[in-house]
Design a binder for this molecule. Structure first.
Ligand SMILES: *Cc1c(COP(=O)(O)O)cnc(C)c1O
Length: 433
């Protein structure tokens, strides 16, 4: 399969190059040339398939031409080593719980898939070690580090701002060891990002070691997110609730929802989508006005959605050939401020006993306010509430149960390498590797 850039200023490329590059040379995002429709027969019996079986069918549509069947199956099955259950919250509103993976957030799926795909490319070509550089303000680092943990031929360097990430986030990438190194940068997130960008541009460094990124726009992280939309549909079908299905996605960079839109193009019978924003409501405004106006992000309690210029908007725009009318036809929006998010976490907990995280709360509320008669809604619960413990505990007024998996990270010993924000010392460190 070939991949083209949304900016269309660069030739199409194969999967391998698209994965290693991440961003196209013209700074566009890669799109698969074809989004294959899956046969009716597949949707007819989808509820009889396991999550892994149906995910393999989806993966085959994108990657089947480039990866041998057995290898792709192995990658998919290894990636999906945890369940993604649909849980009833109330009446016609269900949560798709994406937080049962190693770092308790949906980014585990894409990160695990990408790590295994890259591992395959390295083995196949007998390449020297590949080094993944990732700058993180918290959650991306943990998903990438855990996704790549123990994958042969790859070493991951996580750069994070000293004292600027929560203890639990920090523990999730500093306690792993093995092929994961955490670099504690004396600076802010932007300094970490600048170090990574400079490293990719430094000729001497790139001659010394093979560098790649694992950011969220990478096709190998982005496309696998389609898997769980099929599984959500299958579970709703089993419940007899799939006829007028609305899927609502708490959105920041819009990668997650875009993967769902790809699923719909593949024939998944979802009636429509909703994108829930926090106060960073750039997409919501676009839906109202037809004009896309990025702006600086503001901090909210649903901080993984604090994005002022959602990168995957380029993919949505491309998918609908720039038609505002077509986009509005398939996606509606909503936006909530911190007070409304808190109110929703508290209200739903009191009313139903279901504990939302601040991101899922936006999704839930958008469905509650936006479902039409006869429709059934699934929102993506993108992270476990215990990951936002301070916020959630302050809202409900008592301690949140911390899952054993999260607790295990807390018990590990932090190991990090102190790093200055000066590129010279970062480069000298890497040149010694
Ligand atoms: C990354 C993230 C989001 C936003 O997902 P996008 O694909 O960037 O829209 C939402 N919730 C949580 C918990 C996240 O980590």
């Amino acid at each position: 399969m070939n991949y083209y850039s949304t900016n269309k200023q660069t030739p199409v490329t194969g999967l391998h190059e698209a994965v290693v590059r991440g961003l196209a040379p013209d700074k566009g995002l890669y799109m698969p040339e074809v989004i294959k429709r899956l046969p009716e027969e597949f949707f007819g019996c989808i509820e009889k398939l396991s999550f892994q079986e149906m995910a393999y069918r989806v993966a085959d549509a994108f990657f089947g031409e480039d990866i041998p069947e057995e290898t792709l199956k192995q990658i998919v099955y290894d990636t999906l080593s945890f369940d993604v259950p649909v849980v009833r919250v109330k009446d016609s509103i269900y949560a798709l719980e994406l937080f049962h993976g190693p770092t308790l957030a949906f980014k585990d799926v894409g990160a695990r898939f990408m790590a295994r795909l890259l591992g395959y490319f390295i083995r196949q070509e007998g390449q020297r070690q590949v080094n993944v550089l990732v700058a993180t303000s918290g959650d991306t680092g943990s998903a990438v580090a855990n996704g790549f943990l123990g994958v042969e031929g790859i070493h991951v360097y996580v750069l994070y701002p000293k004292g600027k990430v929560s203890e639990i986030q920090e523990k999730q990438f500093t306690t792993l060891g093995r092929n994961i190194t955490a670099l504690e940068v004396d600076g802010v997130f932007d300094d970490c990002q600048a170090l990574v960008k400079n490293a990719f541009m430094d000729e001497e460094l790139n001659a010394h070691m093979k560098l790649t990124s694992a950011n969220s726009i990478n096709v190998a992280r982005f496309l696998p997110q389609a898997f769980y939309y099929f599984y959500a549909y299958a579970q709703m079908k089993k419940l007899g609730k799939a006829d007028d299905l609305v899927i609502c996605v708490p959105s920041g960079n819009f990668g997650n929802i875009t993967a769902g839109l790809f699923g719909k193009r593949m024939g998944l019978p979802v009636k429509r989508f909703m994108a829930a924003n926090n106060r960073n409501d750039i997409f919501y405004q676009y839906l109202q006005t037809g004009i896309y106006v990025p702006r600086a992000s503001v901090a909210t309690i649903a901080n993984a959605m604090d994005v002022g210029d959602p990168s995957n908007f380029a993919r949505i725009f491309d998918l609908y050939k720039g038609s505002h009318a077509d986009i509005r036809n398939e996606i509606s929006g909503a936006a909530y401020n911190d007070e409304q998010i808190r109110e929703t976490v508290r209200g739903v907990y009191q009313e139903t006993g279901y504990l939302l995280d601040p991101h899922g709360a936006c999704g839930y509320r958008a469905l509650e306010e936006g479902l039409r008669p006869g429709e059934c809604g699934v929102f993506l619960e993108t992270a476990h509430p215990a990951k936002f413990r301070d916020t959630v505990e302050a809202v409900i007024g008592h301690p949140v149960e911390v899952p054993a998996k999260l607790q295990a990270f807390m018990n590990g010993a932090k190991q990090s390498v102190p790093m200055s924000k000066d590129f010279g010392s970062f480069k000298a460190y890497l040149m010694n590797k």
